[in-house]
Design a protein around this ligand. Structure first.
Ligand SMILES: [Zn+2]
Length: 195
């Protein structure tokens, strides 16, 4: 009886927004992962009406098939930024004006909402000196990354092709002075793989 009532309720008539793959369903952190994806997804109205399937990966922080509806996440190093980056991949190749490429994906993902900027991007240069003593992104920095990425995308809209370089220069300009050498070093040793 319970089941029948649930099937008849209007909310069940809609497609689920986020579902776990068979592998993620067995993971102890599945609810945490799905809750986070659901939060990030609020800022992706382009995906309304679609079901996103979330799987697991241990080889990278995250993966996605550009233009698809499936992402893979690593629960042990999950951030809102990683989820946003992967969801942007899903919007690529859909004629939505979002170019392909990892660096573009980073800039577009940071321009969605400041609360999603909780980790350094993997492909565009953001100095380590912007992080706090615990390696976290302070709220002021998350807001700054949001503003600068919005500006960069507005410039792209106006026809500027160097919008990613603009983003990196502006972030560098707003960073503490010892930034440049550290960020270059971190780029070289970075083992964080995102696709
Ligand atoms: Zn990627």
């Amino acid at each position: 009886m319970q089941l029948e009532l649930e099937l008849l309720s209007p909310s069940n008539a809609e497609a689920p927004r986020v579902v776990a793959s068979a592998v993620l369903r067995k993971h102890r952190l599945r609810n945490d992962v799905l809750r986070r994806v659901d939060y990030v997804r609020r800022f992706f109205p382009e995906l309304d009406g679609e079901t996103i399937t979330v799987g697991l990966t241990r080889a990278a922080s995250g993966m996605a098939v550009p233009g698809g509806s499936r992402i893979w996440l690593n629960p042990s190093r999950l951030s809102h930024h990683t989820i946003a980056h992967e969801l942007i991949h899903l919007l690529q190749l859909r004629n939505l004006g979002i170019p392909s490429g990892e660096r573009a994906c980073d800039v577009f993902s940071m321009a969605r909402h400041w609360t999603l900027n909780d980790d350094r991007p993997s492909y565009v240069r953001v100095p380590l000196s912007l992080l706090d003593g615990h390696g976290a992104v302070p709220e002021s920095v998350a807001r700054m990354l949001f503003e600068v990425s919005r500006d960069a995308l507005a410039r792209r809209q106006q026809g500027h092709r160097q919008y990613i370089a603009y983003f990196e220069q502006e972030v560098q300009r707003k960073s503490p002075a010892r930034a440049s050498r550290e960020s270059r070093a971190s780029m070289e040793v970075s083992s964080r793989l995102l696709t």
